[in-house]
Design a protein around this ligand. Structure first.
Ligand code: URP
Ligand code: ZN
Ligand code: ZN
Length: 466
């Protein structure tokens, strides 16, 4: 089936213009001011014509930080690829990068196969992976080379989560050296695990057990220290690094200081930190647990820092760090101690509408910056560009026809993620994806999934950070 999108306003990271887009099969093959359907070699049944009058046409959005299959803190994240794909697509995300997060005793290649098999038959969104390195002893290093050969061109490290996911300095250094050799970028959760561990223990000993103590157990300086540490090692090894879910002024400043010293460091922020603040974690009746994530929600003043850094394109990407845990069955596990509340705020479906509502319509960023931060930069940094992340001839026909005049509310009712709450419940939503295509096939119409479960494809990537 061919696709013709007519009369839309095409928005890329650099352009804003009116044109029609013709997609033969899975790719964009023509972009012209006017394409007459009668001039195309198709019968009406073979050609789908979409009228995008008064709508934006964006490149498919890319979420570079997602958790779907996630064994974590004694439980498993609530989504699978079927529910997560539907959530992603309904919100305009057509490609996601999932974190492979093995346990400390797992073999890396086994983990890669496990994560691939979880996606294979259920994904309707296109996907690829970051490979977490949670151990790096001599005997397993070759497995990471193999994983890169298999198309995973980015690693992930945790400086946080002591005893579960964090990597020793000896192994961090050795891994960064290998990444440099392979031309692989290393993404990193930057918070000092030992400092957090000590502060958690003190708080609990003082009887401070509720979700409101999660934030105080890991203040901004803990994250800034993590960013500094990562960047110091990156400076010594020459490895390209990327700080995930960068949440506060102090952490952004550390990354920028390193950038000024010549370190190749990119900065990601996530939608929850842009729009929520630390007060949410203090909600009564344990409701604050819904808002426990790491790094924690910060003082509101940090939101302006992040939006301004996006506007100046100092912060490159807006991801979600979608990590879905239900309030009743899972967050509840931390009723007696905040350290046992599974961390995460599900946002995969809401990201684009939040950025449009709070960022674009409130004048914090423009449309091009929205596209750059939510699609193009992720594609460029992670080796997907120009197949993904832009609208140009030869690119995958991943398109989001977006209605900026739509008015609605964020709510659990319309959410595809398998959790029992929506962190943005009742908030006004301005704009929504009215039609979403993945490689030329319509997957979403007016917020409803109309696609094919299992059609999503693993996108292998070549290293681009040599
Ligand atoms: O709270 C979070 N961020 N949960 C998911 C795991 C991680 O640190 O990314
Ligand atoms: Zn993290
Ligand atoms: Zn994460």
């Amino acid at each position: 089936m061919a696709l013709l999108v007519r009369n839309g306003r095409i928005i890329t990271a650099t352009d804003d213009y009116a044109a029609d887009i013709y997609c033969a099969g899975e790719t964009i093959t023509r972009i012209e001011p006017h394409i007459d359907p009668a001039s195309l070699p198709h019968s009406p049944v073979e050609l789908q014509v979409v009228d995008a009058s008064a709508k934006y046409v964006f490149p498919g959005f890319i979420d570079p930080h997602v958790h779907i299959y996630l064994p974590f803190m004694g439980t498993y994240a609530a989504d699978d690829y079927e529910s997560a794909s539907k959530a992603a697509l309904a919100g305009g995300t057509t490609t996601l990068i999932e974190m492979i997060c093995p346990g400390p005793n797992d073999e890396p290649l086994d983990a890669f196969e496990t994560w691939r098999s979880k996606a294979a038959s259920l994904a309707s969104v296109d996907y690829t992976f970051h490979m977490s390195v949670v151990r790096f002893e001599e005997g397993i290093r070759e497995q990471f080379r193999r994983i890169v050969e298999l198309g995973v061109a980015s690693f992930k490290v945790f400086l946080a989560y002591k005893g579960a996911l964090n990597l020793s300095d000896e192994h961090l250094f050795a891994m960064l050296k290998m990444a440099k050799q392979l031309g692989v970028i290393v993404t990193a959760h930057c918070e000092n695990a030992d400092a957090i561990d000590a502060m958690q223990k003190s708080l609990l000993a003082e009887g401070r057990t509720g979700p409101e103590w999660h934030g105080p157990s890991r203040p901004p300086v803990v994250e800034a220290d993590g960013v500094h540490h990562l960047c110091a090692f990156a400076e010594l090894t020459g490895t390209h690094v990327y700080t995930v879910h960068t949440s506060c002024d102090a952490a952004v400043r550390e990354a920028l200081a390193a950038r000024y010293r010549g370190v190749s460091v990119w900065i990601e922020c996530v939608a929850p930190h842009l729009v929520l603040d630390e007060k949410s974690a203090t909600l009564p009746n344990f409701e604050g647990a819904k808002y426990v994530m790491s790094p924690p929600l910060r003082h509101k003043s940090n939101q302006d820092v992040l939006w301004n850094a996006l506007r100046s394109r100092t912060v490159s990407t807006v991801a979600t760090d979608h990590a879905p845990f239900s309030f009743r069955a899972q967050k509840e596990m931390g009723r007696s101690a905040f350290t046992m509340i599974p961390n995460g705020i599900p946002t995969l479906q809401e990201r684009i509408d939040l950025v449009h509502t709070k960022g674009v319509t409130e004048g914090r960023i423009d449309l091009q910056t929205m596209v750059d931060a939510c699609s193009t930069q992720a594609a460029r940094i992670f080796g997907l560009y120009p197949r993904k992340g832009t609208i140009q001839i030869g690119a995958d026909a991943d398109l989001v026809v977006y209605d900026p005049e739509h008015r609605g509310t964020f709510s659990l009712k319309s959410s595809h993620s398998r959790v029992d709450y929506n962190a943005y419940e009742g908030w006004e939503k301005r704009g929504r994806a009215s039609l979403v295509t993945v490689r030329g096939e319509v997957q979403v119409r007016n917020g409803e999934f109309v696609g094919t479960v299992g059609r999503g494809r693993f996108i292998g990537r070549e290293p681009t950070h040599g």
